[in-house]
Write a protein that binds this ligand. Structure first.
Ligand code: VGL
Ligand code: ZN
Length: 209
């Protein structure tokens, strides 16, 4: 399979805090870096997202006295998993992994910047209603198919892929370009949800040339 006009590579949250040594390290998160760099050479168009939280963000366990990371709380919009403080605006943890080589990226979309709402998806915040503007951007640019890579498979990649379908785009998960947190079965659940939404899966090798 070869990327064609109308395809865009969407690189989700390949940031220091999601890589080994980071505040919310995804096991082998940094393993996606060479895969993404190589894949990106085959795409005429690349878009990136950056998790970008203000200090005191309500997805941080530290904002809820007595609560621990990975517990769940009810926020105004429903259940929210609590995380260690991560990807704080302007901090080193929020910076892209230094090995990422994507100078050609056309858009860097920041998300999770509202203190009261988390945003796993690149398309909708966690109330599942507030758009980030990405669907409009992609449509206006004429993209029809989104290839997804990045971190983490079971959270931000998962919700982005499902929402890409919801917004009428074809969506393809590039499996070796992703790594998961896998919290209490979240990876298996994410794979089921993506399959049900019509997200295709391929290996990165299938795209190389
Ligand atoms: C993510 C948890 C919290 C992700 C972001 O990028 O998957 N996960 N913030
Ligand atoms: Zn986050």
């Amino acid at each position: 399979m070869r990327p064609r006009a109308g395809d865009v590579l969407l690189v989700i949250d390949v940031q220091n805090d999601f890589c080994p040594g980071g505040a919310l390290a995804v096991p082998q998160g940094d393993a996606v870096v060479p895969v993404v760099n190589r894949l990106a050479r085959h795409f005429p168009d690349v878009v990136m997202t950056q998790d970008w939280h203000p200090a005191g963000h309500l997805s941080f366990a530290s904002a809820h006295p007595g609560r621990q990371p990975f517990e769940t709380v009810e926020l105004a919009y429903g259940a929210q998993t609590l995380w260690p403080d991560h990807c704080v605006q302007g901090g080193d943890g929020a910076a892209f992994h230094p090995g990422l080589r994507l100078p050609q990226a056309e858009l860097i979309l920041r998300k999770g910047f509202r203190r009261e709402i988390d945003s796993y998806s690149a398309f909708y915040e966690n109330d599942r209603r507030t758009p980030t503007g990405l669907a409009g951007y992609l449509r206006e640019r004429g993209f029809r198919r989104v290839f997804l890579v990045g971190l983490a498979t079971d959270f931000c990649v998962h919700y982005s892929a499902v929402d890409a379908r919801r917004e009428g785009f074809a969506a393809v998960l590039v499996e070796d370009g992703c790594r998961a947190i896998d919290l209490a079965g979240s990876l298996a659940a994410a794979m089921r949800a993506m399959a049900a939404a019509g997200v295709e899966r391929i290996a990165g090798d299938a795209l190389a040339g």
